[in-house]
Structures are given as C-alpha cells and as structure tokens.
Design a protein around this ligand. Sequence first.
Ligand code: CU
Length: 617
Amino acid sequence: MNRRSVVSEADLSRRKYVLAAGAAGLSVLSGCLIGELESSTENGTASPEQPSAAGHSSPELARWVDELSRPPTVDPVGTRDGQPYYEIEMRETEQKLHRDLPATTVWGYNGQYPGPTIEAQQGEPIYVRWSNALPDTHLLPVDTTIHADDVPYDSTGVRTVTHLHGGNTEADSDGHSQAWFTRGFQQTGPTFEKKDYYYVNDQPPATLWYHDHSLGITRVNVYAGLAGLYLLRGDHEQSLGLPAGEYEIPLVLQDRSVNEDGSLYYPSGPTSQGETANELPEPSIVPQFYGDVSVVNGTAWPRLSVEPRKYRFRILNGANSRYYNLELRRYDESTGETVGEGPVFTQIGTDGGLLSQPVEIETRLELGSSKRADVVVDFADYAGETLLLHNNAPAMYRGVTEKSDPTGSLTDIMLVDVDGSVGGTDTSRIPNSLTEVPKLSLDGVDNRRYLPLVQSADDDGRPMFLLGTEENPSGWRLTDPVTESPTLGETELWTVANLTGMSHPIHLHLVHFQVLGRESTEYDPATDSVDPDTLRDPDRAERGWNDVVSVDPGEVVHLLAHFGEYDGLFNDQTGTYMWHCHMLEHEEHDMMRPIEVVPGTDTAQRNKDSKQPTTDG
Ligand SMILES: [Cu+2]
C-alpha cells in the first residue's frame, strides 16, 4: 500500500494552509505560483525537455550512448593497530561524463567521481585518512554569507571534511561540519580532532556512503563530486545467496547541469534563474538545486547490459535536492516511448541494513536525497528487451509547488538492455527471511521530542528552512545552543512535523531509527498522545533501520531512536553529532542542528560489558 493514498480530508485542508505559507517564499525561486496553489499534489510526468531550475539548459546530449561504469573498490595501503588503513585523497581531475561532452573538471576522492567504493566487513574496524589535495579556490560559486561568522571564507584553500553517512561512528570521526581541514591539514576547523578517522563497523551490514560535510560549502563540494559508497558486509548477509560479484551493481543517482564546454553548471544565485529578487549577495545560495542531466555512477544517461537473471542493486540517491520515484518500464528505443511495465524491485534492505523480509515494491521506489535502497531485480522474463529506469518525482516533491516546477521531472534515468540468453545458471536466491530486525517500541521510550520543520527567511529576505522544537516552534539556527541531548542507553520518540510546502528527507547521524507511523500536522504535542493504532503504518520497505526519513508537507512522522547498543546491534557513542534535512541546499541554510549524546549513569559499566558482536543483523 502506498501510504500517501490515505490522506484524510482534515489532512488536505491543513495541507492547503501550510502549503500556501510555504509556497510564498518559494516564489523567489520559481516565479508565480499562486495560481497553482489549489492544484492537486499528484505526481505528474513532465516533459524532460524543460529547462533546469536555474533557467540554464544543458546542451542536448544523445541518451544511452555510454556504458554504465562501476566505481572501483579501493584497497587499504597498509595497517594501523592491526586494522586496514586507507588513504584517500581528494583532488581535482578531468572526467568524461558523456561521449559528446568535453571532459569535465570534477573533484573526486582519489581523483574519481564518484569516489572509490570502500568494502568493509562487520566487526572489522578500519582507519581512513581522508586527505585534501584540492586547489586553492573553489570550482563552483560560493556564497560567503552562509554561516559567515563561523567560516573563514577569505582564507586560502578549500575546506573539506568527510562524513560516513549511516556510520555508527565515534564523534571525532563523524565528519562534524566544523571539523574541516584545508589542503595538507594546513588549516583546521574548531571541532577538528584527528587526521585518521576510525570506523568501528559495529553495526548491521548496510549500504553506507561517504561525502563531504564542510560547513557552508557542503552543497558545492558534493556537487563537484565528493561522494562515494561504503559497503559494509557481514557473514550472515553473505551466506544468504543473494546475487553477488558482477551481479551486484551500485547505482549512484545524481542530477547535474553542464555547460557546452563540459564544465559543471551550478547556479550563482536565484537572480540568474530569471526571477526578480531583492539585492542579494553574489553569489547567493539557491533554495534548491535541480539539474537537467541524469548522471549514474558519473556517466550521463548511461546504459547497462544485464543477463536475464537476478541482480542486486545498491541504489543511492546522491543528488543535492532531487527526489527519485523509480520504476522499470519496457522501452521502445526507436520511438523513445515506454510500452509497459517492467520487472518489479524486490527491496531487501534500506539505509541501515537488511529488512527482515523482502518487500515487492508495488508502486514506485521512492528515494529522497541520501536515501539508499538495496534491491533485487529479476530480469529472467525480459530476455531481449530494453528497459527504462523511469523517475516521476517532480522537483519540490509532494508540495503544491511541484505543479509549477520549472524543471519538470528528470524522467529518463538509465537504460537497461537485457541479453537474449543467460550466461550460466542463476543460483542466486532471495530468502523469505533475511535477518532479524529487533523492534523498538513506544513502551520503551524514555524521552520525547517534537521537532517541527518550518520555513523562515534570512536577513536578506531569502527563504530558508529551519528545525524547531516545542519550545521554539519558529525554528533554531545551526549555532543556537544545543536542544537535543539524548542520554546514551535511552530510547527517544522524535516527532517530526513538516509545516513547510515540500517534502524533506530528514537524516540523523550516528543512530538508525525505526518509523513508528505517520499522522497529520493536526497533531499537537501539548495535548495529543501518540497512539500507534491510529497512525498510518510505515511503508513496508521502511520497516527496518533507517537513517533518512521522508516527511511530506502536512505530515507528522513519529520515529523511535535508541542511542547506543541495542539487542546486540550497534555500539555506544557519546559526543556531538548532527541532524538535518539532506537536501543539501536546505542543510546549509540552515536546516541542521546538533545532537549532543550525553553519558548515562551506567555508561561506564555498559562500555566495560560491551563486546564486538558475532552476529550480523
Ligand atoms: Cu529540506
């Protein structure tokens, strides 16, 4: 069942109100919206020929002329304390994104875009030295007013810091946004602690990824190419018989805009998007970014050849702002038309690891920015056919504004050619039972928080989104005092209420949470209790460990998060982490807040008792 099909009338009336409020500020981006406010929020499939949000159109590129490439895996360079030690250097490089485009200057980990895949094993810690060999100045427009009090924009060198997204990681290795460093560690940010990051890998096997998280320039650092996958594997998971080796393929989905000379295009401000704006800084941050070129694993509109058998795909939404809502469709390449349904996605895992049971995705696979899906697709019935990986998520996802979306959908993502015959016998399988996912329950909750997502404006009158609390529903800035200080060993209920005009993918560092359920923003934390029986259930594919949750406009999502080891899974950590919207333009301005995990009274004993787990979840 698609949870979105069960929105009450009350939801809808409330939704109109909040959307009207939220849309006002968005007009800076997309011009006149008011006539569209009453239109339905159903997804439409817009023409892919529409220009990008920035009023910039990338050159016409022939589709499906380049093969999909697979990011290489990276080997350790040695050991440290008996554990694998990696050195991964960020540097500028030139890379062909498309046959007909000149090479594009990108930034890549080890000079590769996307970065090389780190393959780690559950229970085996690794060290990584992320080093910075980037040029003195940025490749893309940088708005020096964003966190201007905390960021030395006038100093030489590009600031970077790498966050392992989904890692249950010690705070000093988490990639705090102010733990940045410049080339050769010449200059370091106020929370910088160490050069060699330590990943304990004491969590269920999962599809993690790493990316830049540097304060004020995360959006442009990631856009320049600083992102890669981190696959945490486990003995149990590897014994399941899932498709493996050449039949396991990562798909890093991104949208980009390019210029005729092949260079990356990123808008220097909303004024360059064709709107009238007040006097804005130059460059100025844009509220959202939507590119008009689909890039998968660093190649524009690629095609992939598969055998008619099962494949495992590790799909990451690595886009700055864009949502993807995916399905495979039969495709007639001579007409460019889709001609029927293709194979379904069988989802076996989400952000934090395997689901307990496989889930057939009956509608579409929704991925907000930074969300991962571990899926199996069986191409056996499609021998000799061509399939299109099709997206119908508009920009400004699930807001009324999506109908006036100036970018349209980026509908065509990737082409899949299914060979006429299978190379060998397909012995892979999808077991009915994948793992045990211990349940977090409302009964075990020690502390509750109400966290509204709200729209605001900055001193220049630019729209911005903030995270609030029950005490301050109008929202906090990033550098306001810490308001979320969970105690190690405790379980919390986080009630996230979206009072803005579009969906936001909300990400917590450190912990993986479970989605208890959803209701409308009629919910009042002062008077209403949370009754699981009256909530809309989480999507079936959400019933595992998540670190990103999509919160639609007018919607409240109740999350259960346990801080520390839980039922033999995860590990105890204290210190400062972040939580934020993962639309990078939102995170930067200013939809990000600290989490300070504080020790509990029995923490010392728990640390003494904790052991490396021998099972994977
Ligand atoms: Cu957001």
